[in-house]
Design a protein around this ligand. Structure first.
Ligand SMILES: Nc1ncnc2c1ncn2[C@@H]1O[C@H](COP(=O)(O)OP(=O)(O)O)[C@@H](O)[C@H]1O
Ligand SMILES: [Mg+2]
Length: 281
């Protein structure tokens, strides 16, 4: 893993007012170009960690760095952070507030003091990336849940962040909506955005992520997704189950249908291709 560290927490601790200690002495890195899945049970601190990484919460001890430099929590420091890291919260209704889709998506770029021409260009680009250009003038309160979710993501994309952090982005979407979202994220990644997502869907994480961070009571454990998601000890501590693709790979290896070093299937299509290749049927 030699990709540059874009955002990092060093020795970060955080507790809510009258609340539990959620993060204690945490070291956590987001590396450029690596799709990162943040996994853990409800209440394990995924949302808190994402808010610490995007500056919405400030660590009590330790520091947040962007490209190696500590973030200042003054206006200048937070602007530098927000043009590097953008968070899309889980519930789009917590993020959308303007009357129309176009107005909502333009809010961030306008706040950066960009020219009207530049704002227009960014809004058009973000709407196109999320495939919602046709919704530009639609009142936000008339959108479906999936459309509100896309609008919220477009608002973050319009800031042209280097790191886009999504809190449980597939929650509440139907299967087709999930596939469309994954395709959109692939497009953003291809254009150079580093994407981090929180989820408790281990199958989705195995399929989508390069790296996985498992949040357990003993802290965050990060590494290549396929290896981390086979760690039954950590999955148990994190309250997660084994992805079916890992279980299928173990079965295939035991049957001599998959060489020890070969990667296992991550989707039903990959499983089908593997077994067809071996049996010739
Ligand atoms: N605003 C808040 N005030 C007090 N406690 C909170 C607040 N938000 C979250 N918590 C607590 O912090 C812990 C981590 O929550 P959270 O980061 O939301 O986890 P996750 O996103 O993994 O479900 C939980 O124990 C939760 O109850
Ligand atoms: Mg959460």
């Amino acid at each position: 893993m030699s990709e540059p560290v874009l955002v990092a927490l060093r020795g970060a601790s955080f507790a809510y007012e009258d609340g539990p200690v959620v993060v204690d002495g945490l070291d956590f890195e987001v590396r450029g170009g690596r799709a990162l899945a943040l996994l853990g049970r409800n209440g394990s601190g995924k949302t808190t960690l994402m808010r610490l990484l995007s500056g919405g919460l400030r660590p009590r001890t330790g520091e947040l760095t962007v490209e190696g430099r500590a973030v200042g929590y003054d206006r200048k420091g937070l602007t530098r952070l927000r043009t590097t890291v953008q968070l899309v919260v889980q519930d789009p209704d917590d993020q959308l507030f303007a009357a129309s889709v176009g107005q909502d998506v333009s809010f961030g770029p306008l706040n950066l003091g960009l020219s009207d021409v530049e704002v227009r260009a960014r809004v058009d680009e973000a709407l196109a990336a999320l495939d919602i250009t046709a919704l530009a003038d639609r009142p936000t309160h008339l959108l479906s849940y999936g459309q509100r979710k896309r609008t919220a993501i477009a608002g973050a994309v319009a800031m042209r962040p280097r790191v886009l952090i999504l809190d449980e982005p597939t929650a509440g979407l139907d299967p087709d909506g999930q596939e469309r979202l994954l395709a959109t994220l692939d497009g953003l990644r291809a254009s150079g955005t580093t994407v981090v997502m929180a989820t408790h869907d281990v199958d989705l994480a195995l399929r989508w992520a390069d790296d996985a961070a498992l949040l357990t009571p003993s802290g965050a454990h990060t590494g290549p997704a396929a290896a981390m998601l086979a760690r039954t000890d950590l999955l148990g501590q994190a309250g997660l189950r084994l992805p079916w693709g890992i279980a299928a790979a173990e079965l295939l290896r035991a049957q001599g249908l998959l060489p020890a070093a070969a990667p296992g299937p991550r989707t039903a299509e990959e499983l089908s291709a593997l077994t067809t290749a071996r049996t010739g049927t």
